[in-house]
Design a protein around this ligand. Structure first.
Ligand code: AP5
Ligand code: MG
Length: 214
């Protein structure tokens, strides 16, 4: 059983790393951003409300997010633990995290300089079918607009405009950095330079998990 939390600014590579870890350790990847976008696609009343907030780059309230997260955590595949991507990201979400997870094995904080974030977000696209993440500057798909893994069509998230990314970064600094500071006190906290390749990041994480298991 492994419970891993991924924290970092928008565009740090949380989703990209989570997908790799999820496959390697067979732990379900739960991205709160993806849960919210799935609700938007359902077209529910809540989804319409969420859509507006996502476009503006502002955080959801706990009342909006909690039921979606709890419902996801109650599904059968959670037996092996979970990889939480993008949660908690406000101090008042720490209590909920402790309530829903049976302990924390690792908190991975990914850092990336602001200029790199802006470059990454200007080139990101996502697969509408399997959620694979691409970047036209660094990791382009073989055929433009088509997912290499499943053949699904690629789309650009509406909130990836520079203006909204800057707003998300501002909120990140004010609301999420205090969460990072809270987790720093624990020995399960690790800070990683997100500019390193995923193989290097994976090696560091593997060593941390091995050390913990001893
Ligand atoms: P969410 O979907 O979590 O967005 P985010 O935190 O802004 O992060 P992103 O998904 O944009 O970036 P990422 O770190 O996953 O990077 P990625 O791997 O894609 O949340 C969206 C919204 O939902 C929030 O704004 C908020 O409104 C709401 N929300 C979510 N959780 C919430 C919560 N707990 N409370 C309240 N509201 C909440 O990579 C980015 C790009 O970089 C890609 O193009 C990728 O190919 C590239 N890349 C990745 N790794 C590398 C690398 N090592 N080198 C070079 N390029 C790389
Ligand atoms: Mg993501």
């Amino acid at each position: 059983m492994q419970n891993i939390i991924l924290i970092g600014p928008p565009g740090a590579g949380k989703g990209t790393l989570a997908k790799i870890l999820s496959e390697k350790y067979d732990i379900p990847h739960i991205s709160t951003g993806s849960l919210l976008r799935a609700e938007v696609r359902k077209g529910t009343q809540l989804g319409k409300h969420i859509e507006k907030r996502l476009k503006d780059g502002v955080l959801m309230t706990n009342d909006e997010l909690e039921p979606l997260l709890i419902k996801r955590l109650q599904q059968d595949d959670i037996k092996n633990g979970t990889l939480l991507d993008g949660f908690p990201r406000a101090l008042d979400q720490i209590e909920l995290t402790d309530r829903v997870l049976s302990g924390i094995d690792l908190v991975i904080y990914i850092t990336v300089p602001r200029e790199e974030i802006l470059m990454r977000m200007s080139g990101r696209s996502n697969c509408s079918t399997c959620g694979a993440i691409y970047n036209k500057h660094k990791f382009p798909s073989k055929i433009e607009g088509v997912c290499d893994k499943c053949g699904g069509s690629l789309y650009v998230r509406e909130e990836d405009s520079e203006e909204v990314v800057l707003e998300r970064l501002k909120i990140y600094k004010e609301v999420t950095e205090p969460v990072v500071d809270y987790y720093r006190q624990f020995d399960y906290f690790v800070e990683l330079d997100g500019r390193k390749g995923s193989e290097t990041l994976l090696e560091i994480i593997e060593n941390m998990l091995k050390r913990k298991a001893k």
